[in-house]
Design a protein around this ligand. Structure first.
Ligand code: DCS
Length: 284
């Protein structure tokens, strides 16, 4: 039986209870993280938990644990659930309190919930690439916060799925921002181009890893806004996230990207990425 973490306790899914008054349930009033597990070890856990605290602080919520305590909880979940390749899901809501919009009394403690789940690397997408669909970015203006409020992302992903695509690519005011649950990158004439880390995107941990790998491999990068027209004319395109890693995009709005197959810069970055995750899963 899978062991979950809620409110200070490790427990089975069947015996855990969540209050109907939880503000995550009423308002999506909380923040979350997804941390990858490779070879039974957390990958870039400090960065993810650091971002969880930043997200919480941006919504004026105090997490009732230290960063190290949350990392220890995540490690324990990986261990007791014997997850080798998978991920941790962790969320913090502002707690349970009768439904009024303003914050509850300070005595109401935020609720931390987490679980570990087996989830293989999406190797067929990583190898063969995916199709994406551009969708209007109707999200709020604080996309830098990894908030539980994901309705616009859910609707965009559904629209993409219904069109037979793996991901929706958001476009706001004539600019490509990011995916519904990923960051978006183009490659033109050997230069990697991605939206800068402003309030309009989530500064993905995988995005940051990719920018570091570009630097190490002397691949030039431009962090700048680009238009959908530029996107269609890219030689290569790829999306990144904790679970999808570096996934090539071969079709955008039914138009082939470059030659319609994953590009050379994307492949170089995938290889560099695979080299810095535990060896036993690099070919998993
Ligand atoms: N942009 C958005 C809107 C996201 O939701 C995510 C991750 C990313 C970018 C990529 O960030 P990371 O590289 O830090 O993962 N979304 C998580 C999710 O909801 N499931 O998996 C990852």
């Amino acid at each position: 039986m899978t062991t979950y973490f809620i409110d200070g306790q490790f427990t089975s899914k069947d015996s855990l209870t969540i209050s109907i008054d939880d503000r995550g349930y009423y308002f999506g009033d909380g923040v979350y993280e997804v941390v990858k597990v490779y070879d039974g070890e957390l990958y870039t856990a400090e960065e993810h938990i650091g971002r969880l605290f930043q997200s919480a602080s941006k919504i004026k919520m105090a997490i009732p644990y230290s960063e190290q305590q949350l990392i220890d909880i995540a490690k324990e979940l990986v261990k007791v659930n014997e997850v080798m390749t998978g991920h941790i899901y962790m969320q913090v809501t502002r707690g349970a309190s009768a439904r009024v919009h303003q914050f509850p009394e300070v005595s109401v403690t935020p609720v931390v919930t987490a679980y570990a789940i087996h989830n293989p690397r999406p190797l067929s997408n990583i190898e063969g690439g995916v199709s994406v669909k551009s969708v209007d970015d109707v999200r709020w203006l604080r996309c830098d916060i990894k908030s539980l409020n994901l309705l616009a992302n859910v609707l965009a992903k559904q629209e993409a799925f219904e069109a037979g695509c793996a991901e929706a690519i958001f476009v706001r005011d004539g600019v490509v921002t990011e995916g519904s649950s990923s960051n978006a990158f183009g490659v033109k004439d050997g230069v990697v181009i991605t939206h800068p880390a402003t309030n309009l995107i989530l500064n993905g941990i995988t995005r940051q890893v990719v920018l570091k790998l570009c630097k190490e491999n002397e691949i030039p990068v431009e962090e700048r806004a680009f238009t959908p027209e530029e996107m269609y004319a890219m030689d290569e395109f790829f999306i990144t996230s904790t679970t999808s890693e570096i996934t090539p995009v071969v079709l955008i709005d039914e138009k082939a990207v470059g030659a319609g197959t994953p590009g050379v810069v994307t492949r170089r970055l995938q290889e560099a990425f695979a080299r810095q995750i535990p060896l036993s899963v690099a070919g998993d």
